[in-house]
Write a protein that binds this ligand. Structure first.
Ligand code: 16C
Length: 258
């Protein structure tokens, strides 16, 4: 049963503790620190970002950027979701067992290697968008908690998906390899925090998860700019709505993952 399998897999993900070093440790550290430093800067009033879509608390922004005729538009979105923690949102984003339940842009997702308890490598094939060639991606996916200065606050959580190469994922023409640098950063606010001595007794209605999602994608080869921008405009808001709703539905009856 898929539902049961998904939940069990989440309970099996070990809680974050220092993991042994591996061949990508240094790169991961650098990329994660860059995301933590730049993504949370509130620069929406600076004329850098253009609002692409808005729906309730969700706002999706992009910056038009082209290099040699290839669309590289950086994307940044913020959302605020009630009833879930950042830990929960990040775990469901990271967990391969549930990916196909919320990801609507994939034909397939294959885990190639577990580098450590917090880092996996994937090869994913995206749905083909006419008239462009089909794209795949190969990326490491890393999850971690980031402790706050104030010990009464819940940790922030981050997942980074960053393109890499892997011997088990050679590029197979006519497939084109797209390049991605994606981060999901979550911060949890607890309303009426002082009413609850024990954090695990906080009701879900008192939780607010602030989400920042950034994506830099290079389609890896020619794709018509107007089609690409139309796909992004449709797919990123759809993903954010669908994925956050998925996490709310999945966690509703479960104990809070702090
Ligand atoms: O972050 C998301 N998902 C993560 C887990 O899967 C992971 C995914 C990274 C996405 C990398 C995008 C690679 C796109 C390839 C370029 C497409 C060229 C198409 C040519 C068009 C003329 O971090 C959620 C990502 C959700 C939004 C992705 C938007 C990209 C659309 C991909 C094309 C599929 C369209 C499907 C139409 C139904």
């Amino acid at each position: 049963e898929r539902r049961v399998a998904a939940f069990e897999s989440l309970t099996k993900i070990p809680e974050l503790k220092p993991v042994p070093r591996h061949r990508l440790s240094d790169e991961i550290e650098k990329i994660v620190q860059e995301h933590l430093k730049f993504d949370l800067v509130d620069d929406f009033n600076s004329n850098i970002w253009e609002l692409l879509a808005a729906d309730g608390e969700m706002k999706v922004y992009r910056r038009e950027l082209e290099e040699n005729g290839i669309v590289l538009d950086p994307l940044k979105a913020v959302h605020s979701v009630k009833g879930v923690t950042g830990h929960e949102v990040c775990k469901y984003f990271w967990d391969p067992a549930v990916r196909m339940e919320w990801e609507g842009t994939l034909d397939s997702s294959r885990m190639l290697e577990a580098l450590s308890d917090d880092t996996l490598i994937f090869n994913q094939v995206h749905k083909r968008v006419w008239p462009a060639a089909q794209r795949d991606t190969c990326f490491w996916s890393h999850i971690r908690s980031v402790s706050k200065e104030n010990k009464n606050d819940l940790d922030d959580w981050i997942v980074v998906n960053y393109s890499t190469t892997h011997d088990s994922a050679p590029i197979k023409e006519p497939m084109i390899r797209a390049w991605a640098n994606v981060a999901l950063i979550c911060s949890t606010i607890i309303l009426n925090r002082d009413k609850y001595a024990d954090l695990s007794s906080v009701p879900r209605e008192n939780l607010v998860c602030k989400i920042t999602y950034v994506a830099q994608v290079n389609p890896g080869g020619w794709a018509p700019a107007n089609v690409l921008r139309a796909v992004y405009k449709r797919e990123y808001p759809k993903f954010l709505k669908r994925f956050t709703q998925y996490v709310m539905d999945k966690t509703k009856k479960l104990p809070i993952l702090l």
